[in-house]
Design a binder for this molecule. Structure first.
Ligand SMILES: *Cc1c(COP(=O)(O)O)cnc(C)c1O
Length: 380
């Protein structure tokens, strides 16, 4: 049996990328902006639907930053954010001098709890006299958050929503694609996401006005003048024509990759059913169709006879890369002062959860190598 390293999530090229990059070189368009950027944005708009307007940017983090900026988030404001996520969901709040308020997860989707969201909004209004400016739910590991409930609360209090769909390209909630529910949504094309542009992201906007404004801020906020004139602070956040060329190639295989990641998830589910105390995270019901970016398991140590950390170390010894679930933001030293509303759900997920290798290129043989590690631990 081979002992090659098995990675958590690898970028996989389709072969088409070279064609678009070559075109950029042939036309000497090796600069920010250009035909690949326009083409990639059109591909994404078509894919995501709902008449959204998309701007390709240098990262998903930049997308969240420009969304919050356009929603008027500023110094001293409060922004509500899911606690169970990657730091990139929350950091842009601080870039703008605002403060995050973290919300715990519920156990069905592992995403923002509508119950604690409601409690938090009421309590923040009571304590500060101000309504939080924005709500940032996340579709973590590709699993759609409970959009109907969250949107209903957001609308009741008239708070705009910025969806963090960085991990959820292609996931659907009640048949509608993640990234189309909020006023804005961010996508990410970093190295190990559903598709990659080597590094990059996009902001999904609801109107063409927002798209234009996003482009304005992403290219140093240049006023309309023949010379360089600026009335506002801008950013250098646009995607390059080369990166967008990779993105166009990746779009040709996106559906195939999603199908394969879902298939890998199904295989894990079947192969891991017999292990007591180990459960594979799955869609709670048909309304939720995750892209299964990463397949995750929870280990109940008393039943399984081993802990999440035992499992991670055994995987490491077998040359298999796994990763604990995201450490919640309210437990991060950098956000120690931020208010938190919850009951410990995300903390418990962090203690018990592990992400398993889920690359589209993962072979059956390597999938079985991962499962063999569970077998070796259960025998002990
Ligand atoms: C990757 C990621 C981001 C940020 O995307 P970058 O393109 O890496 O800046 C934001 N939120 C979540 C949940 C992510 O996983």
């Amino acid at each position: 049996m081979n002992n090659n390293k098995i990675y958590l999530s690898l970028a996989c090229m389709s072969g088409e990328e070279q064609k678009y990059i070559q075109q950029a070189f042939d036309t000497n368009w090796v600069v920010p902006l250009g035909p690949n950027v326009d083409g990639f944005e059109k591909d994404l708009e078509q894919y995501i639907g709902q008449n959204k307007h998309i701007v390709a940017l240098s990262s998903g983090t930049a997308a969240i930053h420009l969304a919050l900026l356009q929603l008027g988030v500023g110094v001293g404001d409060e922004v509500i954010c899911q606690s169970f996520t990657f730091a990139a969901s929350a950091n842009p709040i601080k870039y703008l001098g605002a403060n995050p308020v973290f919300i715990d997860s519920e156990t069905d989707t592992w995403n923002m709890s509508p119950e604690y969201l409601k409690k938090a909004i009421k309590d923040r209004i009571e304590r500060t006299g101000k309504t939080p400016k924005v709500i940032i739910p996340v579709h973590l590991y590709g699993m759609p958050a409970k959009m109907d409930e969250i949107l209903e609360i957001a609308q009741k209090y008239n708070i705009p929503m910025v969806e963090d769909a960085a991990e959820a390209l292609g996931s659907t909630y009640r048949g509608q694609k993640c990234g189309t529910f909020g006023e804005f949504a961010c996508l990410s094309f970093n190295g190990n996401k559903m598709i990659t542009t080597s590094g990059g992201g996009a902001l999904v906007c609801s109107t063409n006005e927002q798209k234009k404004k996003t482009m304005f801020y992403a290219t140093q906020a240049r006023d309309n003048a023949p010379h360089y004139q600026h009335s506002e602070i801008g950013y250098n956040y646009r995607m390059s024509n080369i990166c967008a060329g990779i993105g166009r190639g990746q779009m040709t295989v996106l559906d195939k990759y999603i199908a394969r990641r879902r298939e890998i998830h199904e295989i894990y589910k079947v192969l891991l059913t017999s292990f007591k105390g180990v459960s594979v995270f799955d869609n709670p019901n048909k309304d939720f169709q995750s892209n299964h970016w990463l397949t995750c398991v929870l280990v109940e140590p008393e039943i399984a006879g081993f802990t999440r950390e035992d499992l991670r170390l055994a995987m490491e010894a077998a040359n298999i890369e796994t990763r604990p679930l995201w450490k919640p933001m309210h437990l991060q030293p950098v956000f120690a002062d931020a208010p938190f509303y919850g009951d410990g759900t995300s903390e418990s997920l962090f203690d018990k959860g592990l992400c398993l290798p889920s690359s589209p290129v993962l072979s059956q043989e390597n999938l079985e190598r991962v499962v063999d590690v569970f077998v070796s631990l259960s025998k002990k």
